[in-house]
Design a protein around this ligand. Structure first.
Ligand code: URA
Ligand code: SF4
Length: 191
């Protein structure tokens, strides 16, 4: 119920100018009882067209890695719920306008772990600035609307597509996230 209310608010939202250029708002998607929440940056072209998060090329990489590793109940969302024109990075104002929805989603779900995909998510959740190097792959603690939440930062899957050398690290970060959430090793580790 809680998540549905957030999704309804997102669908009717015009708190920033992105609502004027989006085709469809893109609320998060997944299980209310999710153990883990994956947070991207903002919808891209396919997401804008379908109104669903991570359904393009980067999304296919993310979703296939999630299922290979064996995550059970998860939720996928973005810091910003409407597509910035030409996939530019969302502005600070857009992030500030939209972030309350992410905080509400996290408060509905209360996941064991949040996986921040890329710099925008890491900045929004942890207040970090600058390169991911130094925080990637570590379990950190953030405050989300008063509640504490564990956050693991990794690369954005679109960065992995641009630079395949990052793939191994990306997969091992998601395995680490699996470990953290289920306190067991992914079956994928033995393969
Ligand atoms: N990139 C993102 O950050 N989010 C999506 O939903 C799709 C691509
Ligand atoms: Fe509202 Fe977020 Fe869309 Fe801006 S990006 S209009 S704040 S839902």
């Amino acid at each position: 119920m809680c998540l549905r209310e957030v999704a309804e608010k997102v669908k009717g939202c015009c708190k920033c100018d992105l609502c004027k250029v989006r085709k469809n708002p893109v609320p998060g998607e997944g299980d209310e009882g999710a153990e883990v929440v994956f947070v991207g940056e903002a919808p891209g072209k396919e997401e804008d067209e379908e109104g669903r998060p991570f359904v393009g090329r980067a999304g296919r990489l993310l979703r296939s890695t999630i299922s290979q590793i064996g995550f059970k109940k998860y939720y996928i969302t973005n810091v910003v719920k409407c597509r910035p024109p030409g996939n530019r990075t969302p502005t600070e104002e857009e992030v500030e306008a939209c972030k309350p929805y992410l905080i509400e989603e996290l408060n509905c779900i209360r996941p064991k772990l949040v996986v921040a995909l890329g710099r925008t998510a890491a900045e929004a959740l942890l207040g970090l600035k600058g390169p991911l190097k130094g925080v990637r792959g570590k379990v950190l603690v953030a405050s989300a609307g008063g509640a504490r939440v564990k956050v693991l930062v990794t690369y954005h899957p679109a960065a992995v597509l641009r630079n395949p050398k990052l793939k191994e690290q990306f997969v091992s970060d998601l395995k680490k996230a699996f470990n953290e959430v289920y306190k067991q090793r992914s079956l994928f580790d033995s393969g």
